[in-house]
Design a protein around this ligand. Structure first.
Ligand code: UD1
Length: 416
């Protein structure tokens, strides 16, 4: 039996919470760092289980990964194996980055295809087409994506659908390729900019990250450097939404508010008072939030990873609010769990209509994925009575000490 989080709802949140380094960034940064043949030191790393899984995956290919105090050293000089084990790869979606890494460094990669998961079907067709554009032969055999290239050559690639993973994988595969690669319709998420900054510090020549056209001029070798990931904008957004839902006053530190423009605008529209500092955000929520409508979108739009937490806020806001999920095809699974707590939600295809109830009531619920998991915890914070959240390993995959941070803000939450 895994851990459970047991919450007694009703406490307002008060105090200061420090956000960790970005989970999604660090997984890309670790893969990027392994492209080099010298030590890359990544500091301020989040301590969550996805980071340790990624470390194991990289080690399985010969990459040296050493953890220090809050940091990790990565060196790809001894990378030899192009086939990381299926049992590790299937644990995290970001393992797909090893395809770009191994193809870029060894000219071959054999990586298990990710299946669908809790948030929808998760194809990698765009990754594969991108590798082919660089001259690799890519096939699918026995559940593995098999990529081979005697030499990768820069090319123009228009990414049909804006995809974070594809953009990162193309950066990884093309930085050591011959010639110039141009990615069009590239994703613009801050984690992509972060990855490009690290690679440039290692000697890569990447321009335009953060816009929809990225230019990568291949270089022969990459060297060592030091780098810190950006703050985790999703963790920061989660604490802002939790405070708006539960009420109270919280200073969220180590956060860049330009990464959260739309979520902040939506929280203000719902009635929260928000004061933005250079690297912190103060949120005050002294009354019941009003319902608002949200469409998830690629950056700088409302992040799909904040959709479930925001759904909890709407489930007991004043009035009716609508969420349209435009990124993933099955991201309303948490709704069934919320209904068990008394929420009134109607789902039609990509749209969920929330009619706010006065108060959710505590119940045993399940975390079905990372973000749905933290959403259940927020529901437990605001519900009347006791909520038991199971499937906590999902939350631990992406959040560092989430329960401890909430307890420090006054939440009644314990792990058992
Ligand atoms: C990343 C994030 C995830 C976030 C998501 C969207 C990591 C580890 N994960 O996931 O937290 O929710 O971005 O911001 O950083 N698609 C295809 N074919 C492909 C690739 C993607 O059709 O080959 C589709 C997906 O099914 C989805 C959309 O493109 O509908 C966006 O996916 P993508 O941006 O690639 O998400 P991930 O990189 O998997």
């Amino acid at each position: 039996m895994g851990d459970k989080l047991v919450l007694t709802g009703g406490n307002k949140l008060r105090g200061t919470v420090e956000v960790s380094g970005s989970k999604n960034s660090i997984l890309a940064l670790m893969s990027a760092a392994a492209l080099g043949k010298e030590d890359v030191c990544l500091s301020n790393i989040p301590s969550n289980s996805d980071v340790y899984t990624m470390a194991e995956i990289l080690r399985s290919t010969g990459v040296q990964v050493r953890f220090g105090e809050g940091c990790v050293y990565i060196n790809g000089k001894d990378i030899v194996d192009h086939k990381p084990p299926y049992e590790l790869v299937r644990k995290i979606r970001a393992s797909v980055y090893t395809a770009g890494l191994l193809l870029g460094r060894l000219g071959q990669a054999e990586v298990a295809l990710p299946g669908g998961d809790e948030i929808g079907s998760r194809p990698v067709d765009l990754h594969m087409r991108g590798f082919q554009t660089l001259g690799a032969e890519v096939t699918v055999e026995h559940g593995f994506m098999i990529c081979k290239a005697s030499r990768l050559t820069g090319a123009n690639y228009y990414i049909n659908k804006c995809s974070v993973g594809t953009t990162i994988n193309m950066l990884l595969a093309s930085v050591l390729a011959d010639g110039v690669t141009i990615l069009e319709n590239a994703a613009k998420e801050p984690e992509i900019v972060d990855t490009a900054i690290l690679l440039n510090s290692m000697g890569a020549k990447i321009r335009g990250a953060g816009t929809d056209t990225i230019r990568i001029e291949g270089v022969r070798e990459l060297h060592g450097c030091e780098h810190s990931p950006i703050p985790d904008r999703i963790e920061a957004g989660t604490f802002l939404i939790a405070t708006a839902a539960a009420g109270g006053e919280v200073l969220v530190t180590n956060v860049l508010s330009e990464h959260l423009r739309i979520p902040i605008a939506k929280l203000r529209e719902a009635g929260a008072e928000i004061i933005e500092g250079d690297t912190d955000i103060l949120i005050r929520a002294n009354r019941r939030m009003k319902a608002v409508d949200v469409d998830t979108a690629v950056f700088p739009g409302f992040a799909t990873d904040l959709q479930a937490p925001f759904g909890v806020l709407l489930s007991q806001a004043e009035g009716a609010g609508i969420i349209r999920e435009t990124i993933f095809d099955n991201r309303f699974r948490y709704v069934d769990e919320l209904r068990r707590m008394g929420a009134e939600i109607k789902v039609e295809r990509d749209t969920a209509i929330f009619r706010g109830v006065d108060r959710l009531s505590g119940a045993p619920v399940e975390a079905t994925d990372i973000r749905a998991g933290v959403a259940m915890v927020i529901a437990g914070l605001v519900a009347e009575g006791i909520t038991e959240v199971s499937g906590v390993y999902h939350i631990d995959r992406g959040y560092e000490r989430f329960d401890e941070k909430l307890r420090n803000l006054g939440a009644d939450i314990r792990r058992c």
